[in-house]
Design a protein around this ligand. Structure first.
Ligand SMILES: Cc1cc2nc3c(=O)[nH]c(=O)nc-3n(C[C@H](O)[C@H](O)[C@H](O)COP(=O)(O)OP(=O)(O)OC[C@H]3O[C@@H](n4cnc5c(N)ncnc54)[C@H](O)[C@@H]3O)c2cc1C
Ligand code: FES
Ligand code: FES
Length: 1377
């Protein structure tokens, strides 16, 4: 093949449609969406595909989750047809970044286009639904399109035809297809299963719980029930009409509307020289436009020039000197070309370079960004704006050069030089990149690339990346290795762009043989090279990574004594964990299959269909994108849009608001502030029984993120631009300094009162407990940060003024009742003037209880003021800044314990940062104690201070207080274990409650009967089901043999107290026998409606008509409407589903009672009576067929305890701090689950959200309290690649529970606490690394206790393992010990 390359310089233009090169210059924009033709004559060129679809078509499935390419909720499949080759290219793109004018002649497919209610659903939709892969549903359309894109492209390959019903997709491709999509509800496992169910190589026994078959059923039978897939019918082709138009036309692109698509460099030069462009017009060159995801545009451009149609920028040239790739070639295409090129190079070394480049590029962003983002765009971002690029780093190490066109001057310069030049001006062009072939007859060329990022595959910029190329030779006799030349590059380290570490290179090629001392020197120099700028996070960590990467690169060359060819050929496969081959092998097997899990459920038919794993109600329309969220409701005529202007100061007088002059004059319709609260109304944004929060700050802004005003415009885009362009004039003269820490609050006695009914109760006598202790730990400290909800659907509301001073409000909201009252009081109208409607919520997690209220209330005030409908959909940044989130806290504890580990006394002092308003904060102490009491502490005392600070108000977030309480308990246990040199598991064992101590700590009402206490049996069951003892031994063994990778395993229990609250329900039977149900709770994805439907079917089924009733299919639960069902209360605290179920059960009981006499008399007359006949007759005989009920649990039944336990095993990379969760096993008691599939989804989803809290998510602020992790770039929730690789969950059916709703128990929040097992396992692994480090320095290996912060991010883990562990190791080795 190389010969071929030599003799015949291959040059071709990548799929550049010929028709594009003759484009007409004044053409309308023509394209298709889901087969429907669109022709536009006038388009604002800044319009994205997402804006167009959502605002101008009925296709609402594309959701706005982030607007920055980071979540995948907005994905569409973009297809381009090339008439010359008669081929179609299909790829997924983020519609939030893709510009509409750039898609002329293309076809867009959204998930509605795959199938829908009217035309029938696509197998993707059916399988997502059947595998329980959609909860709130907001991510689901994007997930479906990711999978569809992968399917379409797999079907184009020449792989063998798959078995009927499957595709050519592989399991690994199926999983990777969704690796860049975020889901906050499911925990990903079921989504991965739905995707894998299409793969040709899947073993269906590996697929998880679904509605198509039951575990253990015959394979053939199972397969036959899977919704069939047939590529001939299920892959939608490119629309024929568009093909014909593309063929017939000389172009379907626009050249109007200030959008230009030059097809030659000359044309481009003409455009640059054109009148106007030289006269200060702002001109933007675009390719994929993905840079806008990072560099947000808050200004308008006069003209756009699309570079994709210029052949020189699409070129791919491969010859014996290397490969040249046009700057407009996408990253995806570049990867493919690099791989193909590497295949055809016979020389292993050079082939390896291109393979490694491709491997690294695959970790850049996600599919949907790589599919449209270009190589050149990436380079220009790095060159011009210092973007922390991966691509630049690896290309620089590979010795690349670039072709630039400045004016009419062509230049080829090294990438190194290009980067050093002043930023490329707006009229200069990057044409292409050339990567040379590296060959050497006498030596080996080694090439490796590295990056350490919070998520290995899922869309995360690295803390540091590096790429090293070295030409090495080995002395025949001594076998030592010399580096003859090298290119050592570091990038993304928070300092300009990637740089060659010249001094490091000089050290390495100085003629010295590679040795440990040279390595030590190299490492020092590497650390001096990586100097992050001031203000960049974790600078020492980044420096230590430089050392780690150099170590990883060089150590195999030093440690080996094998002959070079043999050894170096295997270099690429060298593993630092080589000593345990078996374990590596197992790990690699698991890695090949990213997620695998076993689900154990027990189906209880006693109350059928309650208890059955019925699929989530309406999940198919969630998958097809037809499910309607607030922002999908079409805007009423005259509708306006609002956006919040918030303070960036923690405490300041607001003197006025101006707008930057760059904002178009007509952009703002009105600015609504506290001055606009109607007479008789109140400046009220949210309220609970514990306190109120103002809607707008008055003259004083009280925190960074305080709502100062609501700017109203004709479009959301303009409202957002205006809010961004708002300049607040502050004055802080004579003001007290703000309270920005809990310590400040204590000093100034700034607290919220905890009412006596919420005061947690102490247990026993702390002093006596301490007196019994053999050992004491006094005043140990820990602290916990906040967490952001990251619901995929941002806060949204629509307020519509109605007749007679009424207002209808659509809100994405967890407690419409409280919003209802808030709006009424704010507007100063009676509550019957207000109506709040919530159909479904795209994820809440507590963030849509209190924090939604001001959003909807602001819309209502604006609507009232302007007498027009007003809506808002907060952008992600604003949402994150205003949200508040979980309560940060500082804890000081003292604990006394016996020598056998039995704890005798625990005291806590807790300072809770509650922020500005009370919100639900006074509840938090009780919740902390509720979960903390999972162990028998002997005696327990505490002092809580709920601190009022100048931060945004902290609010309920899934398990508020409980997750911290449970974690504090584990910290204490681990600390005691460490002090006694015992295993933490042993300490847990001696402190787990007996039934008696449980009753003492929780009270006998909550503890229930002795047999209800399933904690101990779960604990021991998990011991055997997870094979804990054997695996713990294996972990020990592994750690003995591995220096740079350590493992840890840990088991933790959970005891979680919940309260059942009163709630209403209403069930109405319509004349055809169909049933409509209303409940107080809102559907957040937690499966409330599904359980309610099952309960209604069960409850009405008790009438026992003749023949099949099939009631489940007849029941529809409808939106929450606060005028139809009042006193709806909160959808929170894990018990809403069971309480709502009980409320509808009471309604059903009433209806059955009313219908029974009629049934009996009909049966007497007719012999048998069907449901339909019974209802028909009931209508004729005026039986009331609507029943309401208000379920009020007896006080004794209101509180109860939930139990579960988890074992997690992790592996940490001591050199980078990366943690991989190898396996998690959970057993969680759901009583008699109302729906085990729904509960399983809650358990997995909560656990993964907990992983986010414990391991990944940093919700931080600047020194003034303004949230600075305010988007997908900085806030990292788990993705598919960060969940446990093996994820086993058992939903325990513990049988009868007196007083519970059909014996069921809660599942929404408690399992989140179990993710502490991952954190504890990580701590165990770190402990091993620390012991090893101590041993290298000859010190006592008894590790001193240490605290592992939450979240345990890479810098934290590495910091504890020793930022200088390599230096320690080298010192040890070199001192010959
Ligand atoms: C969510 C997300 C995650 C990402 N993660 C990573 C990552 O992990 N690692 C990494 O390296 N990168 C990452 N990126 C960056 C990504 O690779 C770039 O956004 C992409 O390559 C830019 O290409 P584009 O065609 O979209 O550029 P555009 O946005 O179209 O253009 C970018 C800039 O370059 C200019 N420009 C483009 N082409 C030329 C040219 N030929 N000559 C002159 N000027 C030009 C444009 O005017 C614009 O100013 C990420 C991006 C996103 C959105
Ligand atoms: S909304 Fe487009 S990727 Fe998030
Ligand atoms: S189902 Fe994925 S975000 Fe809710």
């Amino acid at each position: 093949m190389l010969e071929l390359l030599k003799s015949q310089q291959l040059q071709f233009f990548l799929l550049l449609p010929a028709w594009l090169s003759n484009m007409s210059r004044d053409r309308n924009l023509v394209f298709a969406v889901n087969g429907q033709r669109f022709e536009l004559s006038d388009v604002d060129p800044s319009t994205t595909v997402l804006e167009f679809l959502r605002l101008h078509t009925g296709f609402k499935s594309v959701k706005l989750g982030c607007g920055e390419g980071g979540c995948g909720a907005c994905l569409v499949l973009l297809s381009r047809y090339d008439p010359a080759s008669d081929r179609v290219e299909d790829y997924t793109v983020s519609s939030c970044l893709t510009l509409l004018c750039g898609i002329g002649g293309c076809s867009i497919t959204t998930t509605e286009g795959l199938g829908n209610t009217k035309d029938g659903f696509h197998p993707i939709h059916k399988r997502f639904s059947g595998f329980h892969a959609s909860q709130c549903g907001f991510c689901t359309p994007g997930m479906c399109i990711s999978l569809y894109g992968a399917l379409v492209n797999a079907e184009k390959t020449d792989r063998p035809e798959p078995t009927k019903g499957f595709s050519k997709l592989t399991v690994s491709e199926a999983e990777r297809a969704i690796s860049g999509n975020l889901c906050r509800c499911t925990g990903y496992r079921p989504i991965a299963d739905a995707c894998k169910s299409f793969a040709a190589d899947v073993d269906i026994e590996d697929l998880g719980l679904n509605t198509f078959w039951r575990k253990g059923e015959d394979k053939e039978a199972s397969l036959s029930r899977l919704p069939p897939y047939d590529q001939n019918t299920d892959i939608r082709g490119f629309p024929e009409f568009l093909k014909e138009e593309v063929k017939a036309s000389d172009g379907l692109g626009v050249e109007k509307c200030n959008w230009y698509s030059p097809v030659t460099l000359d044309e481009l030069q003409c455009l640059f020289g054109q009148d106007g462009m030289d006269k200060g017009h702002r001109v933007k060159l675009v390719v994929g436009n993905t840079s806008v995801g990072y560099y947000k545009e808050n200004q308008r451009w006069d003209r756009y020039i699309d570079l994709r149609h210029i052949p020189e920028l699409q070129v791919i040239t491969k010859d014996k000197t290397g490969i040249e790739i046009g700057a407009a070639v996408t990253i995806t295409k570049s990867i493919k070309e690099l791989r193909d090129f590497s295949e055809c190079l016979p020389n292993l070394d050079s082939g390896n370079i291109f393979r490694r480049l491709a491997d690294h590029a695959e970790k850049v962003a996600s599919w949907h960004i790589r599919n449209s983002g270009s190589l050149g765009g990436n380079l220009v971002m790095a060159q011009r704006e210092k973007f922390p690029s991966d691509i630049v780093t690896v290309l620089l190490a590979a010795g690349s050069s670039v072709h630039i066109l400045a004016g009419s001057k062509h230049e080829i310069v090294t990438l190194d030089e290009f980067l050093k030049r002043p930023p490329l001006d707006s009229k200069s062009l990057l044409l292409s990149v050339k990567i040379p072939i590296w060959e050497s007859r006498s030596s080996k060329i080694l090439f490796e690339t590295y990056r350490a990022a919070p998520r290995p595959l899922g869309n995360a910029l690295p803390y540091l990346n590096a790429a090293f190329l070295a030409e090495v030779s080995q002395c025949d006799s001594s076998k030592v290795i010399h580096i003859k030349s090298c290119r050592m590059v570091f990038g993304a380290h928070g300092h300009e762009h990637a740089v060659r570490a010249r001094r490091l290179e000089e050290v390495l090629v100085g003629g010295r043989a590679l040795s440990l001392s040279l390595l030590r020197e190299a490492i020092e120099v590497a650390k001096e090279t990586v100097v992050p700028e001031d203000g960049i996070s974790s600078p020492d960590y980044r420096r230590s990574l430089a050392a780690a990467f150099v170590f990883k690169f060089l150590v195999p060359l030093i440690e080996s004594t094998a002959p070079m060819t043999k050894y170096l050929d295997g270099y690429a496969n060298y593993s630092l964990a080589k000593d345990i081959k078996q374990d590596r092998k197992q790990l690699e097997d698991v890695a090949a299959q990213l997620s695998y899990g076993k689900q154990v459920i027990e189906v209880d038919k006693q109350y059928s269909p309650v208890g059955e794993p019925v699929k989530k109600s309406l999940s198919t329309i969630q998958a097809s994108g037809e499910a309607v969220y607030v922002d999908d409701i079409p805007s009423p005529t005259n509708c306006l849009y609002g956006a919040f202007i918030y303070s960036t100061k923690p405490l300041a007088r607001v003197k006025g608001i101006r707008f930057s002059p760059r904002l178009p004059k007509d952009a703002v319709i009105s600015v609504v502030s506290f001055l606009d609260i109607p007479a008789g109304g109140e400046n009220l944004g949210s309220r609970t029984v514990l306190g109120n929060e103002a809607l707008f700050s008055d003259e004083l802004a009280h925190c960074a993120g305080d709502r100062v005003a609501f700017v109203v415009a004709e479009s959301q885009k303009n409202a957002d631009l205006a809010a961004e362009a708002a300049l607040i004039d502050y004055d802080t003269e004579d003001l007290e300094p703000p309270i920005l820490s809990v310590e400040d609050a204590v000093e100034r006695s700034s607290f919220f009162e905890v009412p006596s009914f919420l005061q947690p109760k102490q247990v026993g006598n702390f002093s006596e407990g301490m007196a019994e202790a053999d050992h004491k730990i006094l005043s140990a400290r820990i602290q916990l940060g906040s967490q952001y909800y990251f619901y995929l659907e941002n806060q949204s509301a629509l307020a519509i003024p109605d007749e007679d001073n009424c207002m209808v409000i659509y809100s994405s909201m967890q407690c419409p009742e409280f919003l209802h009252g808030t709006v009424a009081r704010c507007l100063g109208v009676p509550e019957h003037n207000i109506r709040v409607i919530t159909r479904r919520v795209g994820g809440g997690f507590g963030g849509k209880s209190m924090r939604s209220m001001p959003v909807a209330t602001a819309c209502a005030v604006a609507a009232q003021k302007l007498n027009r409908p007003v809506r808002t959909y907060l952008n992600r940044k604003t949402d994150m800044i205003l949200a508040g989130g979980r309560h940060p806290m500082k804890i000081t504890y003292s604990v006394g314990f016996k020598s056998n580990g039995k704890i005798t006394a625990l005291h806590l002092d807790v300072l809770i940062n509650a922020g500005l308003s009370a919100d639900i904060s006074p509840i938090v102490p009780q919740n902390i104690v509720g979960a903390l009491k999972k162990y028998n502490w002997g005696s327990l005392s505490f002092e809580f201070k709920v601190c009022k600070t100048n931060h945004t108000s902290k609010s309920a977030m899934r398990a508020p207080g409980e997750v911290q309480g449970s974690f504090i308990a584990e910290v204490v246990i681990e600390h005691v274990a460490s002090a006694l040199l015992m295993e933490p598991d042993a300490i847990r064992n001696v402190n787990i409650h007996t039934y008696d101590s449980l009753s003492l700590f929780y009270g006998s009402n909550a503890a229930g009967a002795p047999k209800d206490y399933t904690g101990p049996s779960i604990w021991s069951k998990l011991d055997s089901s997870s094979d804990l003892a054997r695996r713990a031994e294996e972990v020990k063994e592994f750690n003995i043999h591995n220096k740079w990778i350590k493992r840890g395993i840990s088991r933790v229990p959970v005891v979680y107290e919940v309260t059942v609250r009163p709630t209403p329900g209403k069930v109405s039977v319509l004349s055809d026998g169909s049933v409509v149900v209303e409940v107080g709770g809102t559907e957040l994805g937690q499966g409330l409606w599904t359980k309610v439907k099952q309960m209604v079917a069960f409850g009405l089924g008790l009438i026992q008509c003749d023949g099949p009733m099939e009631l489940l299919e007849k029941v529809r639960v409808v939106q929450t409407d606060t005028l139809s069902v009042i006193q709806g209360g909160w959808t929170a605290g894990s018990t809403t589903s069971e309480a709502n179920c009980q409320a509808v059960k009471l309604c059903c009981d009433t209806l059955v009672e009313r219908l029974r006499p009629l049934r009996d008399s009909l049966r007497e007359q007719m012999g048998s009576v069907t449901w339909e006949v019974l209802i028909e007759q009931a209508y004729l005989q005026f039986v009331s067929l609507s029943a309401s009920a208000f379920y009020c649990p007896e006080s004794i039944l209101m509180r109860y305890l939930n139990y579960g336990a988890a074992v997690s095993e992790v592996e940490i990379d001591v050199l980078t701090g990366e943690t991989t969760i190898l396996r998690s096993d959970i057993i969680y008691d759901c009583g008699k689950s109302l729906n085990p599939a729904v509960d399983l989804g809650q358990i997995e989803g909560a656990f993964v959200q907990g992983i986010g809290f414990f391991m990944l998510e940093e919700y931080t602020t600047n020194s003034e309290g303004l949230v600075n992790t305010n988007g997908t770039w900085t806030y990292k929730i788990p993705t598919l690649d960060t969940i446990p690789r093996v994820f086993n969950v058992e939903v325990l059916n513990s049988g009868h529970h007196k007083g519970r709703v059909l014996s069921s128990k809660a599942s929404g929040e408690p399992p989140l606490l179990l993710a502490a097992s991952v954190h504890c396992a990580t701590r165990t692994a770190i402990k091993e690394a620390r012991r090893q480090l101590l041993s290298w320095s000859g010190m006592d290996t008894t590790d001193s206790p240490f605290q592992l912060d939450v979240p345990a991010t890479l810098p934290i883990v590495k910091g504890l393992c020793g930022l200088d562990s390599i230096e320690g190791y080298l010192h040890w080795r070199m001192s010959g010990k």
